[in-house]
Design a protein around this ligand. Structure first.
Ligand code: NAP
Length: 260
């Protein structure tokens, strides 16, 4: 049986890199997308190969239409077929500004990279999936959107980030409904606080909130790791949820629980 293939956006570092490695372990060939960090992308490719997988790196800004076209065309050129899209690439605001002060350029940047990019990449990939025949296990393709606890948690110093993540939750439902009859399932994976470059600048704050405070914001009192998120994506990639679509998987140490 030929190997399945995946395109993971923002796979050079952090959660995306973890996903690429875990997919390699599951036997996938992986297109490792990155924005500008060539060294990190090459390192990720080395780790994918060390995990027994194969793949290639592809530069592209998901916010840019021509780049999205290139991501898909390079993937098809290398693999001949695409089975899984993971919309992982995302950025936080450069400045955490109060809701009453937040700037329009930050809003535009976050909407372009974190929501418009995944939306139109998914649209293009969905059309590609529809051209492909069913694979031997009976599916045409799978789509995973990496959102965040920010999809439902109000942080008034990064409203733009919260809104785009909430938008991705709705995007998951929309594509799930649209594609369900075509053997294409769509999922949301919702990480909590994960140790990556993105959270490097707020380490002390979250050490306190998760570990040092008396109760802790997460019942499981540790930082999440990229592998924690990657294992959830791998389970989807291995098609462990064939009768599930449009759903969100919380990978957050229990952050989402309402507690008394
Ligand atoms: P990260 O460590 O900052 O890594 C970001 C990755 O995205 C890098 O590979 C980067 O590429 C790539 N990227 C950035 N802008 C891009 C663009 N315009 N086009 C294509 N790729 C781009 O971030 P992370 O913490 O792993 O976060 C990954 C995803 O998980 C994001 O969607 C984030 O919102 C979400 N998330 C993170 C956390 C957390 O606690 N860390 C929690 C919940 C959700 P380069 O290396 O080339 O810069």
């Amino acid at each position: 049986m030929s190997k399945k293939s995946a395109l993971v956006t923002g796979a050079s570092r952090g959660i995306g890199r973890g996903i690429a490695i875990e997919l390699a372990k599951a036997g996938y060939r992986v297109a490792i997308n990155y924005a500008g960090n060539l060294d990190a992308a090459n390192e990720a490719l080395g780790l994918v190969k060390a995990a027994g997988g194969d793949g290639f790196i592809v530069q592209g800004d998901v916010a840019v239409a021509e780049d999205r076209v290139r991501l898909l065309s390079e993937t098809l050129k290398n693999f001949g077929r695409l089975d899984l899209l993971v919309n992982n690439a995302g950025v936080g605001p450069k400045v955490r500004a109060d809701l009453l002060e937040a700037a329009e350029d930050s809003f535009d940047r976050l909407f372009s990279i974190n929501l418009k990019g995944p939306y139109f990449l998914t649209q293009m990939v969905a059309k590609q999936f529809l051209k492909q025949s069913l694979d031997t296990s009976g599916f045409r393709g799978r789509i995973v959107n990496i959102t965040s606890i920010s999809a439902y948690t109000a942080s008034i110093n990064r409203g733009d980030y919260c809104m785009v993540k909430a938008g991705l939750t709705m995007m998951t439902k929309l594509f799930a409904e649209r594609l369900a009859n075509d053997a294409i399932n769509v999922y949301e994976v919702r990480p909590g606080v994960i140790a990556t470059d993105m959270t490097g600048g707020v380490k002390e704050k979250y050490d306190k909130l998760i570990i040092h405070d008396e109760r802790g914001i997460t019942p499981i009192r540790r930082w999440g790791k990229p592998e924690d998120v990657a294992l959830a994506v791998r389970a989807i990639a291995e098609d462990r949820f064939p009768f599930t679509t449009g759903s969100a998987f919380d990978v957050d140490g229990g952050f989402h629980l309402h507690r008394l």
